[in-house]
Write a protein that binds this ligand. Structure first.
Ligand code: SAH
Length: 242
């Protein structure tokens, strides 16, 4: 059997003998860039049905068909963890989404805070980054990237049972505020923008019963570093690294 190292996300059902129709971009990638031809094998996932080995059954420049053969991995869901972060510069925002998908966030929610410089995001582009990250890290699940939402509005309807790990830069260096292993369950991590959180935001967060304030060590981290550090900590203490 030809090797099956290429992993491709497709938004179509996968199952035994299931045909998969490629769009022009996918056909271009597989046949022109990766030079696959009829009879080659690759791995597919759709975020729902696990990972499948599939064979190329027809190949043209802008179209093609694959046929699923056998499941190679079941669907592996990440823990029920959301990442809330204030978008920063484009490349750093892309980085946060990519890393959150690799690190096993179930949902990624860009939030607009008082000191967030972005007032819109390209949700489709960020979602594509999450797909690419899942393709390359062996994931069978793709976290949804939500559209930008004002933090105030998100907090106004915040679920009673979902805790928020608020990474609060004012606690930098406070050893007692390092996150501790606690009750697993639905959580969200909240990372602020380069300008930090406003007084009003801090007051509001501090008053919410779902909020657990945390330090990420003695140094002030950039928001992208803070997001990855917080995800690693949470996965170690409460998630699927434990
Ligand atoms: N301008 C702010 C720093 C913001 S850093 C200041 O100088 O105080 C961006 C975000 O990363 C913060 O809002 C916080 O969520 C997180 N962060 C960075 N370093 C942190 C630390 N040591 N502890 C907790 N959170 C931190």
């Amino acid at each position: 059997m030809a090797d099956a190292k290429i992993r491709l996300y497709v938004d179509q059902p996968l199952g035994p003998g299931q045909p998969v129709t490629l769009n022009a971009d996918q056909a271009h990638y597989l046949f022109s860039v990766m030079r696959l031809g009829v009879g080659a094998f690759l791995l597919l996932f759709n975020g729902r049905d696990g990972e499948w080995r599939a064979e190329v059954t027809s190949a043209a420049r802008k179209a093609g068909t694959l046929t699923c053969e056998a499941q190679t991995a079941p669907l592996r869901m990440p823990p029920d963890l959301w990442l809330l972060f204030a978008p920063i510069k484009k490349a750093r925002t892309d980085f946060i989404v990519e890393k959150a998908a690799e690190m096993g966030a179930a949902r990624i929610i860009p939030v607009q805070t008082r000191f967030t410089n972005a007032d819109r995001i390209r949700q489709d582009r960020l979602q594509a980054h999450a797909v690419e990250a899942a393709e390359q890290c062996g994931g069978t699940f793709v976290p949804e990237v939500a559209d930008l939402v004002p933090l105030d509005r998100l907090l106004a309807d915040w679920p009673q049972d979902r805790k928020i790990l608020w990474c609060n830069e004012h606690l930098a260096g406070v050893a007692e505020a390092l996150p501790k292993a606690g009750t697993p369950g639905p959580w969200a991590i909240l990372i602020g923008p380069e300008g930090g959180f406003s007084e009003a935001e801090q007051t509001r967060l501090a008053a919410m019963p779902q909020v657990v304030q945390a330090s990420l060590g003695p140094r002030i981290l950039r928001a992208d570093t803070a997001a990855v550090a917080a995800l690693a900590l949470w996965q170690t203490l409460l998630g699927d690294w434990a």
